[in-house]
Design a protein around this ligand. Structure first.
Ligand code: 5GP
Ligand code: ZN
Length: 111
């Protein structure tokens, strides 16, 4: 499968890795929308986070846990975890990922 994030998880395409284990890879977004903008992805291919949760709840939980750990390690006390699901919601890469954004204030409702 020709999937950008599968290639990043496999180390075939370079990325600024923040944290990694056998289950997930966390790396800096190439177009950061905040001073901290990390993407956390399962190493295995799923099209979105809902599909991860359906197939493997433990893995879905591990991805959210990693986001909280990274936020804590960076020293963020406020941050946003964002999951765009479907093109209409802004998903552009169809390999599951969670956005961890921090380092600035955020508006609500989101645009
Ligand atoms: P989505 O829009 O699907 O929720 O988020 C996809 C994210 O992937 C975007 O924020 C985009 O900037 C990021 N992205 C796209 N291509 C690359 C890449 O080659 N490397 C990295 N590090 N991030 C990417
Ligand atoms: Zn993939």
């Amino acid at each position: 499968m020709d999937c950008l994030f599968c290639k990043i998880a496999a180390g075939e395409i370079p990325a600024a890795i923040v944290k990694k284990n056998d289950s997930y890879t966390a790396f800096n977004d190439i177009t950061p929308q905040a001073p901290t903008h990390v993407l956390i992805i399962p190493n295995q291919h799923f099209s979105n986070m809902a599909e991860v949760a359906k197939a493997d709840r433990e893995l879905a939980g591990e991805i959210f846990k990693a986001a909280g750990e990274i936020a804590s390690e960076i020293g963020l006390d406020s941050y946003r975890m964002n999951v765009n699901t479907g093109a209409g919601a802004g998903q552009s890469v169809f390999h599951a990922h969670l956005h961890l954004l921090g380092g600035r204030t955020f508006a609500w409702p989101p645009g």
